[in-house]
Every structure is written in C-alpha cells, then in structure tokens.
Design a protein around this ligand. Structure first.
Ligand SMILES: Cc1c2[nH]c(c1CCC(=O)O)Cc1[nH]c(c(CCC(=O)O)c1C)Cc1[nH]c(c(CCC(=O)O)c1C)Cc1[nH]c(c(C)c1CCC(=O)O)C2
Length: 345
C-alpha cells in the first residue's frame, strides 16, 4: 500500500511504521487545564458534547499540545441512547444517569430522521475538526458497542456487577435481542454519518465486554460488532475499523476473527507476544496502563520502550489499555510521547 502521509491510518491498514503512531483513549478531558477551562464555560457535559465549536476545540487540544497522530472526536458513547430519545445526564462525581430500562418496558425505537436530527451537532463537530486538523493526523470517530451501551440503559448508569443487564440477557434473550438490534441499527447510522462528515477511522468501545462468559460474549459482543462492521464495509469500503472488547481475555482472538475489524485495542492484561502470535492478521493497539501516566517516572519510560520494542515490525498503534485518568499530569503524557518517538527521556 502506498503511504497516505497519515501514519496512524497506514498502521491501521496493516502497514508497520518505523515509529508507532500514538493516540490515547480519553486524551481530551479533565486532566488538561485547557479542557477544564472550556468545560466550566459550557454548562453541562452533554451541552459541551452538543456544542460543535467547543467540542471541536476540545478534540484538537491534545493534538496542539502533544502532536498526537490521532484526533478522537470529543463526544460520548451515550449520545446513541440520547439520539434514541433517552434522557441522558451526567452528575458531578457520579457519572452518567439514565432512566432504568426493564423487561416489559417499551423499548426505544430507532427513528432514522429523529435520530439524525438529535445527533446532527456531533456531525458538525466532525466537519469542523476535519477542516482544522494537521494533514498527518487521522480523525477517529467512535461509538459504544451495543452491549456496553445497553448496560448503561438498563442499569441507569455505571454499574459494579451488571446484574440487571445480565439477568435480562439470560432470562429474556428474545426481548434483549430486540434492544440490541435497535442499538445496532442506530449505531450503523451514527457511524456512517460520522464517516460522511469526515471521520477517517472508527473505534467501537465495548468497555464492559469482559463481564460476559464466552457464549454470551459471542452473542452480545461479537455478533453485534460483526453486523456493524459488515454494514460499514458495504457503505464505506476500506475505512479502518478498530474494536476494543475490553477484558475479553482469550476470546479477543475470536472477536478479531469473527468481526473482521482491521485492528483490536488491547487492555492492560493482554500479553503482547501472545497477541502477536494469535492475531497476526490485524493491527494491534495498546496497552500501557493509564496509571503509569500518573507516575510518569523512569519506570514509565521503560514501560513505553518495552511495549514499543515488543511490537517492532508489526502493524501497531501505541495507546493505553483504558482511558487517561483525571489525576494525570499533562507533562507525563508529553514525556511518554517523546520517549516513544526516541526524542527524549
Ligand atoms: C464507558 C464510556 C463512556 N464514555 C466513553 C466510554 C468508553 C471508553 C471507556 O471505557 O472509558 C467514551 C468516551 N468518553 C469521552 C470520549 C471523548 C474522546 C476522548 O477519548 O478524548 C470518549 C471516546 C469523553 C468523556 N466522557 C465523560 C467525560 C468526563 C465528563 C466531564 O468533563 O465532566 C469525558 C471527558 C463522562 C463519562 N462518560 C462515560 C462515563 C462512565 C463517564 C463518567 C466517568 C468519567 O467522568 O470519566 C461513558
């Protein structure tokens, strides 16, 4: 493949780069003073997500500061339930709050026109960022995977054990399938719209895939992701797709094969040599522990080099095993980038 001049894009398409491209999950957010400053003026977090000018500015903050190879759209996975008509809000220190959906309740219906209208500001953000990015940067769009999005809709927010969602999925699988199907349809429309607006690659975040036993993982994580991948391949052939089935353990190999993604993002527990051996056909992404960025010392530098060196010669994107935490000093992020690129200590 001819180089596109975008190292992240090329790596995702399977071409190993001499220096791995880098971006970090949650690279825009509360650890950055420039984010906190803009966030204070935006009202609620949802208002910030739905304000294209501010969301575009926030998307570009980590590009301006660190020269990341990827810009991830500033938004949230809960925009899909919002687009389906669900009330979504974020409480300070508590996280997301949604009405709790239960078996027997009317399920949200995917109305394409209403969904497109409610999510239109996100597409405007994508267009603004696409027009303002450096040419070597790749713009990454994203959505939550249907299982992870469903857990927020059923639990009414974050959860420790996902008991209500699991009991529904195991006890009433037909009805739970309908809920998943509706989220799949909405997600396909949502991701297609991001691509039409200028996103160059996509990531599907299945943050809670790891709570599912293997058979349930196949049905509720792999199958919906495979349907989304197939639909996007039909409408937008060639667009690099990244899957992140966090905590999937050994099942990540089945996920990579059965969904047909171009790249998989590895959580902190996945051994890199094992991933290279069992998933030779995909680009790998990961998997520095985000807590190393809080520590930021020579131990962090050594860990960055260990991960980089373990992946030499393979298509690889340097990232974290999960999102940056708010306590992270921004200088430590800068140091990790410099160490990776061999520019600093
Ligand atoms: C599960 C999930 C969510 N959102 C997301 C996931 C999947 C990744 C993961 O597992 O972390 C994905 C997400 N959320 C956010 C982005 C923006 C882009 C980026 O990565 O920089 C992305 C890609 C912004 C955000 N999403 C959220 C914030 C903080 C809100 C604030 O500024 O007050 C940001 C910057 C809020 C959010 N959003 C969500 C929760 C549980 C919370 C509350 C916890 C927290 O605050 O970290 C749901």
């Amino acid at each position: 493949m001819k180089s596109t001049g975008k190292p992240l894009y090329d790596a995702l398409k399977g071409v190993a780069q001499a220096t791995p491209p880098i971006w970090f999950m949650r690279q825009a957010g509360r650890y950055l003073p420039e984010y906190r400053q803009l966030r204070a003026k935006a009202g609620s977090f949802m208002q910030l997500c739905l304000d294209p000018e501010k969301a575009a500015t926030v998307t570009l903050q980590p590009i301006d500061r660190f020269g990341m190879d990827g810009a991830i759209l500033f938004s949230d996975i809960l925009i899909v339930p919002y687009g389906l008509g669900t009330d979504v809000s974020f409480r300070e220190g508590e996280g997301p709050v949604l009405p709790k959906l239960r078996p027997g309740d009317g399920l949200p219906v995917f109305d394409p026109a209403a969904f497109a209208e409610r999510t239109a500001p996100i597409m405007e953000t994508v267009r603004l960022v696409a027009g303002r990015m450096p040419g070597s940067t790749t713009l990454i769009g994203f959505a939550g995977a249907p299982w992870t999005v469903a857990t927020y809709m059923v639990e009414g927010g974050s959860s420790r054990d996902f008991s209500a969602t699991k009991r529904w999925a195991y006890g009433h699988p037909g009805e739970f399938q309908t809920l998943i199907d509706r989220i799949v349809e909405a997600t396909i429309a949502y991701l297609r719209a991001q691509l039409d607006a200028g996103a160059e690659a996509l990531q599907l975040f299945d943050s809670w895939a790891g709570v599912l036993p293997p058979e349930a993982f196949r049905r509720w994580s792999i199958e919906p992701a495979a349907r989304i991948v197939e639909a996007l391949r039909q409408s937008h052939p060639g667009v690099p797709l990244i899957g992140f089935p966090r905590g999937a353990g050994a099942s990540i190999v089945d996920y990579a094969e059965a969904t047909g993604v171009d790249a998989v993002s590895l959580d902190t527990a996945v051994p890199l040599a094992w991933a290279r051996h069992w998933m030779p056909g995909v680009c790998l992404q990961g998997n520095l522990d985000p807590q190393w960025l809080v520590v930021g010392d020579d131990g962090m530098a050594a860990e960055v080099e260990r991960i980089r060196d373990a992946m030499t010669g393979a298509p690889f994107v340097f990232n974290l095993g999960h999102g940056i935490v708010p306590e992270t000093p921004p200088e430590h992020v800068g140091r990790a980038v410099a160490v990776l690129r061999g520019e600093g200590v």
